[in-house]
Design a protein. Structure first.
Lengths: 266, 178, 788
């Protein structure tokens, strides 16, 4: 990789200052995406601000009707947390499906949502659960946070601090893995919330994670897989690559949505 | 706490986009295979390189360098991680185990013995990573199911064995620890 | 059977170093003063190199040299070669285009090296490479073997019009045409045998070192055959005379064929080491390996099988286009010809076969042997044809096979091979019993209740291994003989070193070869060392591929052991003052028949060296013998694999729920190691059938160029494998060995696809049968099944 200057931040304010002050600075969280990208010389930050020693960025807490997870919380911690398993089992299940154990031991919630990889799992959970992404500057609802492929509403000197997931009444995540990368070829997160039903899809869309209003409306009338009979998403707008065509992905969205609804009802 | 911020220096005549073999100006202290040590590394240095080149511990292999094969698996604070996707700077204050640390002075680890006994080794290149992934699993879950074992090595590629005997070896250790 | 002899599941002697991290692979070796080399590769699949400006790269920090194809040509370094001559049916020789180690004037695939940088560190070499300015005139590229011969396709090499390397054929066209003309039924298939990336876990690596004092070169290299590498680099590339070049293959982390070949990188490392006066090290990065390692398979075939009355096969014909990539790799011409068409008889008594093969250039990395090499492609053609024919004829696929099996031996096929021995029905019967074929119908019904489609597929494969009789392959165009050598060195204390030309890169030779010695000499296996992989130690050898190390390599050891035993008996006769004809050697003891006199192995070994009991006129001191073994025929491992799958029609995903393999490998030296070989072969075959695919886009860019895009089988992709054997010892070699290294990869793809097509009831499915591919096939064939 290209040389960079390494900064080990010990506090959030210091990390924010460094990020604002330094040229071409990037945050280092788990490093599972950033480091391979840098090693392949596809990213070349001049400064790397390491968040791993920052106090208070990691942790899982139930705060009233919301599950709040620190940005530096590793996927493995979320997957194995009794608190998460109790409060939003679908979220623990999702975290346990990310990558493989080594990835889960390093990869973080904050890193995943800030990167907004169109095939990543967490964005679907955030969007379906109507999560709030709490940053050093503000609170952003998921619908405003994810803005496109690898794009978010984050400003250059803004850091994700934690994510607050309102507790759903029911939720489930169904993932169809890309067998090579183990990312989602299609992943569908269905959440039955007190006020609404949300269906969020990752892996399939050409502009990243998205909701399926038609599914949501049908499920609001009747929360059952059968409610989705005859409904689908158009192949237009689905991505197409060597791992699956747009038509296949569109089809999988329907299949995975039904399965997620069935799983949520269990 | 500025004392925690360790700045690497960049020679003025080299552009920001060039890699320079930067001075090894970060001193990183950690515990390696039970022994505390401090190494001077460049900020760009990866744990796999520190182990292999800096410390001569070539038991850690690198087969892809991008975190997709598990060959470089090391155990960091009890958990399996990829040493090729870990800046050495990130392991400061932590505990690292590599394949060289597994065998005692007179005995090899039961997982190592099981790999021999079941024929789980062929070319040997994925073996250190597999054994460490297995150790991390069994340390946390001494009685894994077959699916637990498959999941634990799901990020470790092997091209020789078809995994069958590796799974058998790990299962054998789990059952022996009854 | 002794605890460490032939047939015992002896724990591997080599394992201790691997499980403790003490293996020494090429990348683990550092030479004093070593430098690092980076290969700048063409980003274009097909381009004229109009200029290369290395001036600014040379001024970068740490750079020792920047070299190009022009420098290579200037030093008169020869081209890489293909060592097997194939003639077209019109008698013309194959069109071998020049293959310089660094492209000169033109790049022919994305990844073709165009310049190298040697620097103090790898980072510096990479930085400097970014400063090399190459002007390319990009040319249209062609990657599809089915299109490269078309008029108007880009021409890759002047020597090969229509990008055609050869148009070869085998068999009797007239007899085949006659049989088809009178056939009662003809089954036809169009088959694409998908292109694969071998992906041994250890990436290729090389260290070149030149000693200016002795003018000797040394090459540490990830090679399956160090002597062949030395021969080619000396005799054809012209780097150094053979006796001034030492090639060392230390621990090698898997090969599967891909490390047989002599590649540009090792040649350049050697050459550059002399230029810079320091050792030059190269370790392939994985992304680079996808671009630069020889790929496997990549056939497009139309095949037809003719039947007479009652399901009797009468003839087979096939037309194959084989993609050899941008240049002819070391053995590439032999793979789609003599290792392919010669196996088209399968396990069947097929009176007439005709096969035409066009080998073609495309703008892709060279294609050469990959585990199975030609034989998986042949097996896939035959076993798919048979299974489809059974469905078309409404016959049980088992009965159709059984009716047509070769039942008497030796059996001469119409395509060169003379099968020596086998019992194909025995393997199939045993496999059916283990797989509980009788219970399949019930399992299928149960699966249907869960909305899943279940299928069962067979593959009764045969392979030609124990490669190969030298005279026979010489008559077919091989540039080398395919014997093997062995030297048995007995030390004065009785311990033994065996030097072998075979090379172990995962096969466990240090154990199996020692088992043979332990049994024959009656000495503990701990007292035997197997030495391989160094041209300074082993006189010559042909290396390891084609499931040859047991059948050929061990036969050479047997011959050398026989000589050692004969010599030892002479020593023993002097030691015990008895007639040589009265000396009996058994279980490590020499006795004099009819007496109680005896001498232990170690005593005799010692006396061979101290030479106190005989004169120089009576006997030469010492105990060391060598042998070369040249097989008289190929060996013919065969067997039956049965795959059972369950398919989720909604997603198209396939789960292998059962696998049974009953193989006839002849004599088995170490069942634990053989099982491992079968497991690994099946995994690769399943990978080909379900997951793996090297895909180039139309411009010649490799789309599946990393583990993120090229699906490798993982632990979750394989079910528990039920493995068993039947045994008909090979009559052609002293131990009765047939070979086991490739069987799984040869058998598996057809078994998987036969099972999936059985489940989804359509034959229109190409490999790899990924979830989207199966879903599409189901939907095309039976829309109702695929509906949600």
């Amino acid at each position: 990789m290209y040389n960079f200057t390494y900064h080990r931040a010990s506090g959030l304010r210091q990390a924010t200052n460094l990020l604002g002050k330094l040229d071409e600075a990037k945050l280092l969280a788990g490093g599972q995406t950033l480091l391979p990208t840098m090693k392949q010389r596809l990213a070349a930050p001049a400064n790397l601000v390491d968040l791993n020693k920052v106090e208070g960025l990691s942790g899982i807490e139930l705060q009233g009707r919301a599950l709040v997870i620190g940005a530096m919380t590793r996927h493995a911690e979320v997957a194995s947390s009794p608190v998460v398993q109790q409060a939003i089992p679908a979220l623990a299940h999702l975290a346990g499906l990310i990558g493989d154990p080594a990835v889960r031991h390093m990869g973080t919630l904050g890193g995943s949502v800030a990167n907004n990889d169109p095939n990543a799992d967490y964005p679907a959970a955030c969007l379906a659960l109507a999560a709030t992404i709490i940053t050093t500057k503000r609170k952003l609802i998921a619908d405003e946070f994810f803005t496109g492929l690898f794009e978010t509403a984050l400003m250059p000197d803004e850091i994700v601090v934690k994510v607050s997931f309102p507790l759903p009444k029911k939720a489930a995540y169904e993932k169809f893995r890309n067998p090579a990368s183990r990312y989602a070829l299609v992943g569908v997160f269905v959440a039955k919330r007190p006020s609404e039903i949300r269906v969020a899809v990752t892996g399939a869309g050409t502009s990243g994670v998205f909701r399926v209003p038609a599914f949501e409306e049908a499920l609001k009338k009747r929360f059952s897989p059968k409610a989705l009979d005859g409904l689908g998403v158009p192949a237009d707008g689905m991505s197409s690559d060597i791992h699956g065509g747009a038509e296949y992905r569109a089809h999988l969205v329907g299949v995975m949505a039904k399965r997620a609804v069935a799983a949520a009802m269990e | 706490m500025t004392s925690d911020v360790q700045l690497a220096t960049r020679p003025a005549d080299v552009s920001a986009r060039d890699r320079v073999d930067a001075a090894k100006n970060l001193v990183v202290s950690f515990v390696l295979n039970g022994k505390p040590l401090s190494v001077a590394v460049a900020p760009t240095e990866l744990l796999a390189d520190t182990l292999r080149e800096g410390l001569g511990l070539t038991g850690t292999k690198v087969a892809c360098g991008t975190g997709d094969c598990g060959t470089c698996t090391a155990i960091l604070d009890g958990e399996a991680v990829r040493s090729c996707l870990m800046l050495t700077a990130m392991v400061a204050g932590k505990t690292v185990e590599t394949i060289e640390g597994l065998a005692g002075e007179s005995d090899i680890h039961p997982i190592q013995q099981a790999f021999i006994d079941t024929g789980a080794v062929q070319c040997g290149y994925c073996t250190p990573g597999m054994i460490l992934a297995a150790k991390a699993l069994l340390d946390e879950n001494p009685k894994p199911s077959a699916d637990d074992i498959k999941e634990a090595i799901s990020g470790n590629l092997c091209r020789c064995t078809g995994y069958t005997k590796i799974i058998e070896a790990i299962d054998k250790v789990a059952n022996a620890v009854a | 059977m002794s605890a460490t002899g032939i047939g015992a599941a002896v724990r591997r002697k080599e394992d201790y170093r691997f499980i403790t991290g003490k293996g020494q692979y090429t990348d683990d070796i550092s030479r004093p003063g070593q430098t690092h080399i980076h290969f700048l590769r063409s980003p274009h699949a097909h381009a004229k190199i109009t200029s290369i400006d290395t001036a600014s790269a040379k001024t970068m920090p740490g750079v020792l040299a920047v070299l190009t194809g022009a420098d290579l040509a200037g030093d008169k370094i020869g081209n890489l070669i293909c060592g097997w001559m194939i003639h077209s049916k019109d008698g013309t020789p194959m069109k071998m285009a020049p293959h310089p180690a660094i492209a000169h004037g033109k790049a022919c695939y994305a990844g073709d090296p165009v310049a190298v940088v040697i620097a103090e560190t790898l980072g510096q070499a990479r930085d400097a490479a970014e400063k090399i300015e190459v002007d390319y005139e990009v040319l249209p590229a062609v990657v599809d073997p089915a299109k490269t011969q078309e008029a108007g396709a880009p021409q890759i090499h002047e020597v090969a019009p229509q990008n055609t390397i050869f148009q070869w054929h085998l068999g009797e066209a007239a007899a085949v045409d006659a049989a088809f003309a009178s056939a009662k039924h003809v089954t036809k298939l169009d088959i694409v045998n998908n292109r694969l990336v071998p992906n041994a876990m250890e990436p290729r690596a090389a260290i070149g070192e030149y000693d200016s004092g002795t003018q000797n070169f040394t090459l540490w290299n990830t090679t399956q055959n160090p002597h062949v590498a030395r021969l080619v680099i000396a005799a054809f590339v012209g780097m150094a005379p053979e006796h001034k070049l030492r090639v060392i293959a230390p621990d090698v982390g898997g090969g599967f064929g891909s490390k047989i070949f002599i590649y540009p990188e090792e040649v350049v490392c050697l050459w550059a080491s002399k230029k810079v006066g320091r050792p030059v090290k190269w370790v392939c990065e994985r992304a680079e390996a996808f671009l630069a390692d020889a790929h496997g398979r990549d056939h497009v075939t139309h095949a037809e099988l003719a039947f007479g009355e009652g399901g009797k096969m009468t003839a087979l014909r096939a037309k194959t286009i084989a993609n050899l990539g941008a240049y002819m790799s070391t053995f590439s011409s032999s793979i789609p010809t003599y290792l392919y068409a010669t196996l088209l008889s399968g396990q069947y008594d097929l009176p007439a076969i005709y096969c035409e093969v066009d080998a073609v250039y495309t703008n892709t990395v060279p294609v050469d042997a990959y585990r199975g090499a030609g034989r998986p492609e042949a097996t896939f053609v035959v076993e798919r044809l048979v299974e489809v024919a059974a469905r078309e004829l409404h016959m049980d696929p088992v009965e159709l096979r059984r009716k047509n099996f070769v039942k008497s031996f030796p059996h001469q096929t119409p395509v060169i091979m003379n099968y020596d021995v086998g019992d194909y029905d025995a393997s199939m019967r045993k496999a059916m019993e283990i797989a509980d074929v009788n219970g399949f119908a019930a399992r299928r019904r149960e699966a249907e209740k869960r909305g899943k489609l279940r299928g069962l597929g067979y593959s009764t494969y045969i392979e030609a291994c124990g490669i190969a009789p030298s005279q026979a392959v010489g008559s077919l165009g091989a540039g080398v003989g395919l014997w093997e050598s062995a030297e048995v060195r007995v030390n004065p204390t009785g311990s033994v070193e065996v030097l072998t030309g075979s090379h172990s890169h995962g096969q466990g030779h240090e154990t199996t070869f020692a088992q043979l010695v332990s049994e024959r000499l009656g000495i503990p296996i701990e007292n035997v060392s197997i030495v391989h992989g160094d041209t300074d130690k082993v006189q010559f050898g042909m290396g390891t591929y084609g499931s040859r190390s047991g059948a050929v390599g061990m036969s050479a050891i047997v011959k050398a052991l026989e000589k050692v035993e004969a010599k030892a008996k002479k020593v023993a006769s002097h030691l015990m003052e008895a007639a040589e004809s009265d000396i009996v050697f058994k279980d490590g003891q020499f006795t004099v028949a009819g007496t109680d006199k005896s001498a232990a192995w170690a005593d005799v070994a010692l006396h061979a060296y101290i030479a106190h009991k005989f004169t120089g006129a009576q006997l030469e001191p010492g105990l060391k013998e060598g042998a070369f073994y040249d097989p008289t025929n190929f060996t013919f491992p065969a067997g039956c694999h049965i795959c059972e799958v369950e398919i989720d029609p909604e997603t198209g995903s396939t789960t292998i729920v059962g696998w049974t393999a009953v193989d006839d490998f002849g004599t088995i030296i170490n069942p634990m190691i053989v099982e491992g070989q079968v497991h690994g072969g099946i995994a690769q075959g399943v990978g080909q059938a379900l997951m793996e695919n090297a895909v180039y886009d139309k411009d010649g860019q490799l789309m599946s160029g990393s583990f993120m895009d090229y699906s490798m089988p993982r632990a979750e992709n394989l079910p528990p494998l039920k493995i068993d054997t039947t045994v008909t010892p090979c009559p052609g070699n002293p131990l009765g060995i047939k070979g086991c290294g490739e069987a799984g990869a040869i058998a598996a793809p057809a078994a998987v696809i036969n099972a999936i097509t059985d489940a989804i009831r359509t034959e229109n499915l190409a490999m790899p049968a990924t979830a989207p591919a199966v879903w599409a096939a189901v939907r095309a064939a039976a829309p109702a099944l695929a509906a949600e």
